[in-house]
Design a protein around this ligand. Structure first.
Ligand code: N01
Length: 546
């Protein structure tokens, strides 16, 4: 049956998935295997989600390839990665491979932006509408919209008057932008900013970096991979690695967290920090007490600062890029991985503008004017200003539940509320893997794992739908009580750590006017999966089924 035939008139469609990134692709595959009829609406023109959109120069995953992929054997058995931290183009090619192997595209409508969805309480179905006029009436709506699909754009005066080329990193043109020999300005020094800065500094006539808060970037330890080593790994270890990922707090195959720094002698602290800095994942953030203890955090920060300062030639830049006192605790914001970020600032064609000293006054037709009166003349402006993350991906869609309240309004009026980070009371038959209050974007600390972690949630949803089918249920909805208890648990865990001590997307504090509350579950994947399993084993406790 063609996609068109599933539109408005089709009464039996089981599921509409919004988004075809990692979780959308995996969810589609697993639901189809379980015998459900499923269609996917994807705003982009091909599979990949965030990796389709984020084609800015230098875009690269900051989690190791081993665990940043689907654990589906048909996919991994003949896929070979070229780098430990693959670049965006390789990830897009990987998604083409996923598509070919799992035959996903036949059920995906690309270039289809979902504008709204309303729950029809009499039929227990969603009515989904799109910008292109396509509609559907599925029993279930699954939002695989990722955590970073709504860009955060600055509202500087004069933005519209700028006559050069200006793009947000996540809306970078697919056919690229000429950067060679240009005067480039980059606003923002988060993960995206670090990557574009590293990539553009070598080719720009001049690069001006507009920094508000220094990034505590840590070494990536990138390396090329050989085909032989991967063949051996695939044959002997992949299944073990994927199973192990589901047993660790961080969701990585090796638990990212070592021992507490404060449990060590000063000698051991120093040597361990050196070892992690030189060789291992997470560097100064690999120690659990860094997240929870001020003194451990200071040890980590001081070590990081001293390491970074040694790489910066101009001493006047030390205080700007690696200040004596930390502007916020280490790991209160997500750590970025860098390759030669700090050396960039030793280049003669690179200037750092500290926006705390000289804030941006306006965007002019020719560039950016700062408070000291300087007009920075620019051919290209890159907005690496981040996202209305986690909730923004969902609330930008007009989703109306049983009482017609848009979900964005519910969350802005009453605060973010979900049950198990998978569903929200008042929005029956709707799930959001890798969404708010789940450990999707990160686990305990900054370890981020898209592929495998969203698999856990997607598998949970498939099991839930199978359970409903077996028991002839047509409606499932989280109870307000279960939601309140989940919210309290998520909040209590977050308050133990450092996450509220920085203005970041973890809490929504990066978005002017957004209600500040922790947006993700910081208790780790093992606890999270245990709690989800307990609900399922208890007949989906916390949900009403009918
Ligand atoms: O966004 P961010 P991002 N004027 O929010 C600054 C993932 N990701 O796109 O810190 C001036 O981290 C803002 O300043 P401040 C990853 O999970 C992954 O970089 O708020 N500056 C900050 O420096 C990451 O955590 C990869 O003071 C303004 C920057 O812009 C998440 O996405 C690659 C400003 C925003 O940093 C978000 O990263 C890229 C303004 N008006 C992203 N507004 C991978 O490698 C904001 N800023 C997988």
């Amino acid at each position: 049956m063609s996609f068109q035939e599933y539109d408005t008139d089709h009464k039996d469609l089981d599921v509409v998935i919004v988004g075809a990134g990692f979780s959308g692709a995996y969810q589609l595959h697993q639901l189809r295997k379980a015998g459900f009829s499923v269609k996917v609406f994807e705003a982009g023109s091909r599979l990949g989600g965030t990796w389709y959109w984020n084609c800015y120069p230098g875009a690269r995953v900051d989690f190791e390839y081993l665990v940043y992929q689907l654990s589906t054997e048909e996919v991994w058995k003949d896929w070979t990665w070229s780098e430990r931290f693959p670049g965006r183009d390789e990830l897009v090619a990987y998604f083409d491979h996923v598509d070919k192997k799992l035959d996903l595209s036949r059920d995906i409508s690309f270039d289809t932006w979902v504008t709204g969805a309303t729950f029809d309480a009499s039929a227990h179905r969603w009515v989904v509408s799109t910008k292109c006029g396509r509609t559907a009436r599925p029993r279930f709506l699954i939002l695989c919209t990722g955590f970073a699909s709504k860009p955060l754009l600055p509202d500087y005066p004069g933005l519209a008057s700028y006559q050069g080329t200006i793009h947000h990193t996540s809306k970078w043109p697919q056919d690229g932008v000429e950067l060679e020999g240009k005067r480039i300005g980059i606003i923002g020094t988060g993960a995206s900013g670090v990557q574009v800065i590293q990539e553009t500094a070598p080719v720009a006539a001049h690069l001006t970096v507009f920094q508000r808060t220094p990034n505590f970037a840590i070494p990536m330890h990138q390396r090329k991979l050989t085909k032989t080593e991967q063949v051996e790994l695939r044959e002997e270890l992949y299944p073990i690695i994927f199973r192990r990922c589901k047993q660790t707090t961080s969701g990585a195959h090796v638990d990212a967290f070592y021992r507490g720094l404060l449990e060590m002698t000063p000698e051991e602290q120093r040597l361990t920090l050196e070892d992690f800095w030189e060789r291992r994942f997470l560097a100064v953030a690999a120690f659990p007490d860094v997240y929870y203890d001020v003194n451990a955090n200071k040890l980590a920060y001081d070590f990081w600062r001293d390491k970074v300062r040694k790489r910066i030639v101009d001493p006047t830049l030390h205080e700007k890029l690696a200040p004596e006192l930390a502007p916020h605790p280490v790991a209160a914001k997500r750590l970025s991985l860098e390759q030669r970020y700090y050396e960039v600032f030793n280049q003669r064609n690179v200037t750092l503008v500290d926006l705390n000293e000289t804030p941006i006054l306006e965007i002019t037709p020719k560039g950016i004017r700062t408070k000291d009166g300087v007009e920075h003349l620019l051919d290209v402006i890159v907005l690496a200003t981040g996202f209305d993350a986690v909730t923004g991906s969902i609330s930008q869609i007009d989703i109306r539940g049983a009482d017609d309240t848009p979900i964005g309004q519910k969350w802005s009026d009453k605060g973010l509320s979900t049950y198990l980070g998978l569903a929200s009371a008042g929005y029956p038959n709707m799930f959001f893997p890798y969404g708010p209050h789940s450990p999707g974007p990160l686990t305990n600390g900054p370890a981020c794992l898209v592929g495998l972690k969203s698999e856990f949630q997607c598998d949970w949803i498939v099991d839930c739908l199978k359970y409903m089918r077996a028991h002839n249920y047509t409606r499932i909805e989280a109870t307000p009580d279960a939601e309140a208890a989940w919210g309290a648990r998520v909040e209590a865990i977050a308050k133990q750590g450092a996450w509220y001590r920085a203005k970041s997307w973890y809490t929504g504090a990066n978005v002017p006017g957004k209600r500040v509350s922790i947006l993700t579950f910081m208790g780790g994947l093992t606890l999270y999966s245990q709690l989800c399993r307990e609900s399922a084993e208890d007949g989906y406790k916390g949900f009403i089924l009918s």
